[in-house]
Design a protein around this ligand. Structure first.
Ligand code: IMP
Length: 199
């Protein structure tokens, strides 16, 4: 089966390829020379995931996986959430700085990463899956691995940030891993129908 990752985020593509290695042939937009830019205008992660998945499916006719992730911080009533990418109005580094500043002096640092994936099998057949990783926001940036908010997120059960883990370690436990396991078990369960569209 071939699956197109509906994203230009190289960090996500790297993780998805590594997690699904040996299970499914994962393609990135670059692999098929597809250059799309999708406005994340949805009010929910699911809306954005579907929007991305459908757009890539319509341009490629290949089974596509739309994905949207948000970091939800308890002390900020779930923000930045669906607006995580646009939190500071600038890039990842500014987003992390802004979040650390907002939480400065606060003891409640609980947060979670939530990923929603939309598997677009054909026009009119879309399945959604969610993965959640709970943890807390560190008091300063630690580590340079990963991408996005990784250097300031400490997953539950660990004393280090995702930024201090090598990618294999993050990929074993992450929100993305959990969502992808659900995608895989759905495909395996429904393979007789799915293979008609996704081979
Ligand atoms: P989006 O899903 O591409 O819209 O990403 C939302 C924001 O969360 C962006 O700033 C990403 O860099 C960040 N992000 C998404 N997934 C992860 C992750 O696994 N770790 C850290 N940051 C992430």
């Amino acid at each position: 089966m071939r699956l197109l990752v509906a994203s230009n985020n190289q960090g996500k593509i790297r993780e998805i390829k590594s997690i699904l290695e040996g299970e499914i042939e994962v393609l990135s937009p670059l692999d098929i020379s597809l250059d799309l830019s999708i406005l994340e205008s949805g009010k929910t992660l699911q809306e954005n995931a579907i929007k991305k998945g459908l757009a890539y499916f319509r341009h490629s006719r290949i089974c596509s996986l739309g994905e949207d992730t948000g970091l939800e911080v308890e002390a900020l009533d779930g923000k930045p959430g669906v607006n995580s990418a646009r939190y500071s109005g600038s890039g990842d580094e500014e987003n992390r700085k802004k979040l650390l500043k907002e939480l400065w002096g606060r003891d409640d640092r609980r947060a979670c990463f939530r990923t929603v994936m939309a598997l677009v099998i054909q026009e009119g057949w879309i399945e959604c899956f969610e993965g959640v990783m709970r943890g807390k926001i560190s008091r300063s940036e630690r580590g340079r691995a990963g991408f996005g908010y990784d250097p300031i997120f400490i997953p539950d059960g660990f004393n280090k940030t995702f930024g201090e883990m090598d990618c294999g370690e993050k990929n074993k436990i992450s929100h993305r891993r959990m969502a992808l396991e659900k995608v895989l078990s759905f495909i395996q369960r429904e393979w007789d129908e799915v293979e008609k569209f996704c081979k």
